[in-house]
Design a protein around this ligand. Sequence first.
Ligand SMILES: [Zn+2]
Ligand SMILES: [Zn+2]
Length: 145
Amino acid sequence: MPPRKSELTPHCQKVLELLTRSAKPMPAYDILESLRKFGIKAPPTVYRALDTLMEKGLVHRIESINAFVACHGEHHDDAGHQHSHANTGFAVCRECGTTVEIHDHRLCDVIAELGKKLHFHVEREMLELMGLCESCHAKQTVGHA
Ligand SMILES: [Zn+2]
Ligand SMILES: [Zn+2]
């Protein structure tokens, strides 16, 4: 069953709240800075909270920019969901940092197929798309016109 917020430790709840309110992925350093005012000052405490949240699938790490986002996906509502990153990806705007979580079951099929073809046992699937969001792309086009 998906974890409920009430099952989280107060530290985890604070970190999750912070990430949920943030429009952009947050690097660990920014998370630490923002939690100072709540009296959470020890980096290991924050890292432990992040680990727990990632294990529960409530927070994802975007490896290419080394930052954390709260999960906005639907996948935790499905009963019996495994909280894996399978068929999850991210599209990250390199200008404003807006991040969209991608859920597409077709990705799963493609990766499974690839694994078979390569005789490779896939353990983790990360898809991170870098580029420009709609509004940043529009701004750039205007700037260059
Ligand atoms: Zn997610
Ligand atoms: Zn943007």
